[in-house]
Structures are given as C-alpha cells and as structure tokens.
Design a protein around this ligand. Structure first.
Ligand code: B12
Length: 515
C-alpha cells in the first residue's frame, strides 16, 4: 500500500446554461446525472503517480468540497465553463492549494487564465503533467508547461474510471486517435492536437475496452474513420465485445459501404456528422474543404441510414452568407432527409480558432457572458442578422425540429425500409425492461396524440421484427430527450431573450452602415 503524500482534486467545472441538447435530459431519463464526463479527468488521473490521493469531481454530478484544502487542484477548461473555472481557481488559491489549468480554453488564453491559476498546461497533458507534478513536489512549479513535440499516443494508460462514480453517468469516452488534417476556421482541434494523425495500437484500445466498467462508449475522436484501413481493423477487433457506441466522422464514411457495415456490426448506433452549412460559400469561407457540396449530402445520408446507423446531424447558422432563411433550409433538409437527430448551433468563435482571430480583428466579438457557452446563444455580430433575430429564429427552429409531429414524419420515413433491423451492441435485459417502462410511461400515458402515434408506429415495427428493440426504444427515448430540452429552454425564454436583447446592436451590415 503506497502512502498517499499529496491530495489532488481533478475538477470539471459546471456549466451555467444547458449547452448540449438532449444529453442532460437523456441522462435523467436513464436515471443518471450526466451522459458522460470529460475524458480528460480520468486520463490525467492515469498519468498521476501512485503517491497522490486523487479525487475526480465532475461538478455536474457532485459538488466541489469547498472546505477541504487539497495540495493541488487540476481544472479542465472549456469556453463554456471558464468563468466557473476561474471562481474555483480563486477559491482554492485563497485556501493555499496550487491550481493548474489545462484544456481547450486555458491553452489558448494562458495570460488571462494565469490570473486565476498558478500554472497552465498547454495542449496535451501526457509528458507535461508528469513534469509539472515533479516540479510541484520540488516547490518549483513553472507558470506554463508547453511542448512542440506531441506525445506519440501509441500506447495510453487506461483512464481511471475506478475513480468515477459510474452510477452517475451513462457512457464513457474512448479516444483512439489524435489530430486532424483539416483546419476549419471555427474549430480548435488541429490547433490542440496538430494536423498529423496519431493512432493508438489496436491491442491497447482493446485492453481499455476490456477494463472499462461499461459497455456504452462514445469515441471522442474527431473523425473515427478518416483512416479507413485503421478503422476497419478496429471494427473487426471490437466486434466480439458486444459494445454499443457512437462516434464522429466526416461524410466520406459513406463512400465505403464495407466500413459502414463493419461499424454497424461492431455496435455503432450513431455517427455525429458536422454538415455545418447547406451553403457551400459558407464552407469555403470557413476553410471547411471536406464534406463540401450539399449534393453529396443526400446519397451519403441514404447509405448511412441503409447500414442501420443513425446520424446526429450538426448544423451551424450565422455564417456571413446566412440570412434567417438558413434556419428554414436546415429544417426542410432534415425533413427531406429524415434526420430526427439534429443539433443546431448558432455560430460562435471560441479563443484559439481562426474565426476568433478574424472576428476579433474586425471588432465583431462582443464582450458577452462566457457562461452562455458555445453555440446556443448569439455571441458575435452576425453579418445579416441581429442578435434578437437570430435567437428568435433559433428558438423557433429547434421547436419545429423536435416537435413530435415532425419527429413522427421523419421516423416513419426513416424506419419504413427496415434497415434498422440490424442489432448493434447487446443491451441487457434490465436495460430493455427499463426502456420499455419509460417508453410506456412517456408515450402511452400521455395526452399528446402525435407522441402516441409515434410509439405505436415503432412498436409495430418491433413486433414485426423490422427494427431491433434496443434501436426502436432507444430512438423514442432520445427524441424525448431533445423535446424536453427544448421545453426547458422555452421555460427560460424570457430571461434568455432579455439577455440577448440587452446586447443587441443589429446586424453587422447595419452597424457598418451607421459608421
Ligand atoms: C467529445 C466532445 C464532446 C462531447 C462530450 C463532452 C464531454 N462531456 O465529455 C459532446 C458531444 C457532448 C460535446 C459537446 C460540446 N462540445 Co465538445 N468536444 C468533444 C471533443 C471532440 C473531444 C473531447 C475529449 O474528450 N477529448 C479527449 C481528451 C482526452 O482531450 P482534452 O479534453 O483536450 O484533454 C487533453 C488536453 O486538453 C489536456 N487537458 C485537458 N484538461 C486538462 C486539465 C489539466 C489540469 C491538465 C493538466 C491538462 C488538461 O490533457 C488531456 C490529455 O492530453 C472535443 C475536441 C477534441 N478533439 O478534444 C470537442 C470540444 C472540446 N468541444 C467543443 C465544444 C464547443 C462543445 C460544445 C460547446 C458544442 C455545442 N455548441 O454545444 C458542447 C459543450 C460541451 C460541454 N460543456 O461539455 C470545443 C471546445 C472549444 C472551447 N474552447 O470551449 C472542442 C475543442 C471542439 C472544437 N471543435 O473546437 N463535445
């Protein structure tokens, strides 16, 4: 038994406003506190020597023990959580703890972040965190730890899920690659992880899956299928473990039907795809040179659906060529292509992105509450829309996207061909019973006729064995999650709208004309 010499808190700060549709609601439906917690915390815990007594605290699932005085506190930061991170940093420093920040926000704003922390670890922790702890023990902590040589990433230590209360979360993150060869203006990934792809050895990934406390995973890789050869080997290797998972990929995954089928067989439920915009001019402006041209969207979506995999379609409105019409176009597209899972965002520019630099130079960022997060509130001066216009249209569009009548129409068309019969990962009898009970309670004991009609449509398909039970019930529940999230947003509408109106100065075109 190693004597624990230092007490370490690893914290993910809470977020003030709900920022990701459905996830928090979905977690609640499953009786969990959060869908997943940031992978950074158990990853950093795995790099920490044994003589540290580590306490992982995800503030969405438990409170930070404010009166305890750890020797050292590591805090992961995002734009949406930075204000809270600063509060926590100030608090623990006032108690005498050493505070270290890392993650996407602090990595790009080290000077600002150092006002609230002793040290910033810029970029990937592997190699730097270990050095940082050695210096801490010697009393020689530096302000910034940084390297130009990224870790090779071939063999990772398994994240310390044993330090996380698994009863609070639904699934865990898993990362097999780092880097992104693309360099889209609104994204940080190539800035944090570089443009050269690095991959883990597949046996090392399999060891992590075997050691994991759950069978539900989300591959946090920004593009799991960018290297088709690696992706196929990975699929073959994970298939025997009967896991269920989602991932992110670019649309070109659809070019390879063999890969799509291997993915479905290996347990893929859902692929998150960043379509971003239906207007290629916006994609050009943003330097998003892949997934171009709405013409390729349609056949690709059909192929993914035919493999029995859902698409979580991510769109952004607010690019310079967008008018309010962009929202209607996205809505119409989701109806036409039968996309029930749509994540609609309002363009944002977090620090570190090229977009941030560009808009900052043009004076188009405004000093608004960072708690508003990235993507669900207006935070910049949009070219052709005022803040209030874009916010109202966003609210109107998400309400239409997740209205049960529209969901039913999309679902009927999506499932009619029976593609979703393929079973993904195994779902336990307990989970099936739980899903059945929740769907019965929510979809039968309701006054909403559209909801009931949707339930009976799915139930009929399950009985006729045209859709696997796990996929059918899982689908109903995720739609419920989206719908509830929107209702929550609507409940707070007046408060949110007032905040938006207070900061509204008109569209950028109008502002320019005034000068
Ligand atoms: C998976 C993911 C999600 C998932 C799950 C999030 C979760 N709760 O786990 C979902 C889909 C829900 C999601 C949602 C959002 N996401 Co997201 N997401 C990611 C993604 C793809 C992977 C994150 C991850 O797990 N990486 C693996 C871990 C190991 O890497 P890491 O967190 O960077 O940590 C490493 C280093 O940064 C460092 N580090 C991190 N923290 C710390 C702390 C200390 C003390 C130290 C020493 C080091 C350190 O060490 C780690 C190991 O090397 C990243 C992009 C990326 N490739 O990282 C975007 C990313 C984090 N997301 C982003 C955004 C914008 C969002 C949303 C706001 C989108 C939206 N509009 O709704 C929401 C809100 C997220 C939230 N509040 O949780 C941005 C963040 C930008 C910013 N500055 O804030 C990123 C960077 C993507 C981008 N395109 O730019 N996201």
């Amino acid at each position: 038994m190693v004597n624990k010499e230092y007490r370490l808190f690893l914290i993910s700060p809470r977020q003030k406003y709900i920022n990701y549709p459905a996830h928090s609601e979905l977690a609640k439906i499953f009786g969990k506190k959060r869908f997943m917690i940031p992978l950074a915390l158990p990853t950093i815990a795995a790099l920490t020597p044994d003589h540290y007594d580590i306490h992982i605290i995800d503030e969405e699932t438990e409170s930070v023990p404010k009166h305890e005085i750890p020797d050292i506190v590591g805090i992961t930061t995002l734009a949406a959580t930075i204000k809270r991170a600063y509060e926590l940093g100030d608090h623990f420093r006032s108690l005498g703890s050493k505070v270290i920040f890392g993650g996407p926000y602090a990595s790009f704003m080290p000077d600002e972040a150092l006002l609230h922390a002793d040290t910033i670890v810029v970029g990937e922790a592997e190699g730097l965190w270990e050095r940082c702890l050695e210096d801490f023990e010697r009393g020689q902590l530096q302000s910034v730890y940084k390297t130009d040589v990224p870790p090779d990433f071939k063999r990772q230590k398994p994240p310390r899920w044993d330090l996380v209360n698994m009863k609070s979360i639904f699934q865990v993150g898993l990362q097999v690659s780092r880097g992104c060869p693309f360099n889209c203006d609104f994204c940080l990934v190539s800035k944090i992880f570089g443009r050269k792809m690095r991959y883990r050895d597949i046996d090392n990934v399999i060891d992590e899956i075997k050691a994991s406390p759950t069978k539900y995973f989300f591959f946090v890789d920004d593009n799991l299928t960018i290297n088709k050869k690696y992706a196929k080997e990975l699929m073959k290797a994970i298939k025997p473990f009967g896991i269920s998972w989602g991932c992110m990929a670019s649309l070109d995954v659809a070019k390879d039907e063999e890969l799509l089928h291997l993915m479905a067989e290996a347990g893929c439920f859902n692929i998150l795809i960043g379509f971003e915009s239906l207007n290629p001019e916006n994609l050009d402006d943003s330097n998003k040179l892949h997934n171009q041209a709405a013409t390729i969207f349609e056949p690709a979506i059909q192929k993914i659906h035919s493999a029995g995999i859902h698409i979580n379609a991510s769109f952004v409105a607010g690019f310079d060529h967008d008018t309010l019409q962009a929202f209607d176009d996205i809505f119409d597209f989701s109806m036409k292509m039968n996309l029930p899972n749509v994540n609609l965002h309002i363009l944002a520019a977090p620090p570190g992105t090229e977009l941030y630099k560009k808009l900052n130079a043009q004076g188009r960022l405004f000093d608004c509450d960072t708690d508003l997060g990235v993507g669900h509130f207006p935070t910049i001066h949009y070219m052709k829309m005022s803040q209030t216009e874009i916010f109202d249209k966003y609210m109107e569009t998400i309400a239409r996207l997740y209205d049960f009548r529209n969901i039913r129409i999309k679902a009927e068309n999506l499932f009619r061909d029976g593609a979703f019969i393929r079973k993904g990962g195994k779902i336990s009898v307990f989970m099936k019973a739980r899903l059945s009970w929740i769907t019965f309670k929510e979809f039968i004991l309701t006054r909403d006729k559209e909801k009931r009609a949707l339930f009976f449509f799915i139930y009929h398909l399950i009985r006729k064995k045209k859709i696997a039970i796990d996929k059918g019930l899982g689908f109903l529940i995720s739609m419920l999650g989206y719908n509830r999230h929107i209702k929550d947003h609507q409940k707070n509408m007046e408060k949110y709208r007032k905040m938006v109106m207070d900061q509204d100065r008109g569209s950028w075109e109008e502002i320019q004309k005034e000068y």
